[in-house]
Each structure stands twice: as structure tokens, then as C-alpha cells.
Ligand binder design. Structure first.
Ligand code: 13P
Length: 249
């Protein structure tokens, strides 16, 4: 049985001081919940977030990393730096990084492989644009993204990965996918993983939905068979995040 995992993607929000304020609001509300909880905070907030969440059930994640161990890559952050700080998860290939920072399926794959070398669990993002959905190519597009992201990833690593299906048209728009639309694609992702690996691996990998998730729509989305959690943007910065985490209470 896959345990649900709710991840807050804070994006480029909250200074370290503000991060500590938000953590002190959210921590008592989401600690010791049935679902696993992760806060993916900006790089500069990681040290204080790790410290503030020490001994709690909440884990800290990053929102990106480089695919090399170290070197002349001005402005980048390496996986070893994240690991040393106590980071456990890292978002890879978010659509905003693909759109604004030229990330490709190839760099996503390199980052996924490198994350596992450092015992970081990748949260691998995929999703289609509105044009692609209207053209009817969503399923092919997603399959391609998943196949490329998992290239050369051994089964024992793949099993621990998290996939986040985030239709681009639903991100930050308030236009949430229906639970049927989200389930259709998450189920498809599981089938693609079954083709790449096997039943056991596909049943183990957790697949999240992301895109305008909030306390009001979480229960319906999270009750779908192949939706094992949520990747939450805007609502992760508010007390409403607790309603998502505690969706079945
Ligand atoms: P919103 O929840 O703000 O739509 O953002 C979703 C997202 O991009 C999470 O990674």
C-alpha cells in the first residue's frame, strides 16, 4: 500500500525569516499526519528549515540541483551540498524550470541519475500544455517525458522515486484538473512505468498530481486510485496546506 505524500513547493517565496514563521504556523498543523509531508524550500532557507524541523515527521526538499558533482558552474548548487545540509528530496524538471531555464528531458535524466548517487529522492515532474491537451497528444507527450526521465535508472532506485504529474494549464491558474483527468494521466504514467520496469516497480512508485490543489479539492483528487499525493504550490504557503495534508479527517 502506497502511503500518500504531500509536498509543498514554495517556489521563489519566503526569506529565511519568513520561512521560519511559516514553518512555525504549519508544523503543529501537519506533524504526525497519516500522509508524509515534505517542504521544498528555496536553497537559502534549507539550513534553517532543516534545523526547525529536526525531530519532526516533516522532511526538507530542494527545488532543483545541478547534475555534476562540482565544478565551474557559477550560481549552481550541487547534490552533495544538498545532502550535507540534510535535504532528502529534490524536485527535478519542474515545468517552470523547463520553460524559463531551458531544462530538457536530457538534463532531467542526468539530474535524476545524479540525485540517486547522493541518496536524494527525485520528485520528477511532467505535464502537458493546454495546446498539447487540445491537440490530443497528452498521453504520448507524458510517456516520452517519463521514458526519458527514467533512462538508465535501475529498478531499485526507480522504486523510491516520486513522479509529479502537473498539467501546465493547471499550475497557478486556479484551474484544477478534474479528478478523472488527473487519474487518467496518473494511471497512464503507472502503465508506462510498468512497461519500462515491471508490475512490482510500477505499484511501488508514488505518483502525485499538482496544479491548483487546495483544501477544498484535495479529498477528491487524493481518493483516486493512482494519485498518491499532491505537489502543492500556492496553497503550500498558507494554513490551507494543513487541510490538504489532513484531507481525510
Ligand atoms: P499551484 O499549486 O500554485 O498551482 O502550483 C503547482 C505547482 O507548480 C507545484 O509544483
Amino acid at each position: 500500500m502506497r502511503n500518500k505524500i504531500i509536498i509543498g513547493n514554495w517556489k521563489m517565496n519566503k526569506t529565511p525569516k519568513e520561512a521560519l514563521e511559516l514553518i512555525s504556523t504549519l508544523k503543529p498543523l501537519v506533524e504526525n499526519s497519516e500522509a508524509e509531508v515534505v517542504f521544498c524550500v528555496p536553497f537559502v532557507d534549507i539550513p534553517c528549515a532543516v534545523e526547525a524541523l529536526k525531530g519532526s515527521s516533516i522532511s526538507v526538499g530542494a527545488q532543483n540541483m545541478h547534475f555534476e558533482d562540482s565544478g565551474a558552474f557559477t550560481g549552481e548548487v550541487s547534490p552533495g551540498m544538498l545532502y550535507e545540509l540534510g535535504v532528502e528530496y529534490v524536485i527535478i524538471g519542474h515545468s517552470e524550470r523547463r520553460q524559463y531555464f531551458a531544462e530538457t528531458d536530457e538534463t532531467v535524466n542526468k539530474k535524476v541519475l545524479k540525485a540517486f548517487e547522493y541518496e536524494l529522492i527525485p520528485i520528477i515532474c511532467c505535464g502537458e500544455t493546454l495546446e498539447q491537451r487540445e491537440e490530443g497528444i497528452t498521453m504520448d507527450w507524458i510517456k516520452n517525458q517519463i521514458v526519458k526521465a527514467f533512462e538508465n535508472v535501475p529498478k531499485e532506485n526507480a522504486m523510491t522515486a516520486i513522479v509529479a504529474y502537473e498539467p501546465i494549464w493547471a499550475i497557478g491558474t486556479g484551474k484544477v484538473a478534474t479528478s478523472e483527468q488527473a487519474e487518467e494521466v496518473c494511471g497512464h504514467i503507472r502503465n508506462v512505468l510498468r512497461e519500462i520496469y515491471d508490475d512490482e516497480t510500477a505499484e511501488e512508485i508514488r505518483i502525485q498530481y499538482g496544479g491548483s490543489v487546495n483544501g477544498a479539492n484535495a479529498k477528491e483528487l487524493l481518493s483516486m486510485e493512482d494519485i498518491d499525493g499532491g505537489l502543492v504550490g500556492g496553497a503550500a504557503l498558507k494554513a490551507d496546506f494543513a487541510n490538504i495534508v489532513n484531507y481525510n479527517k
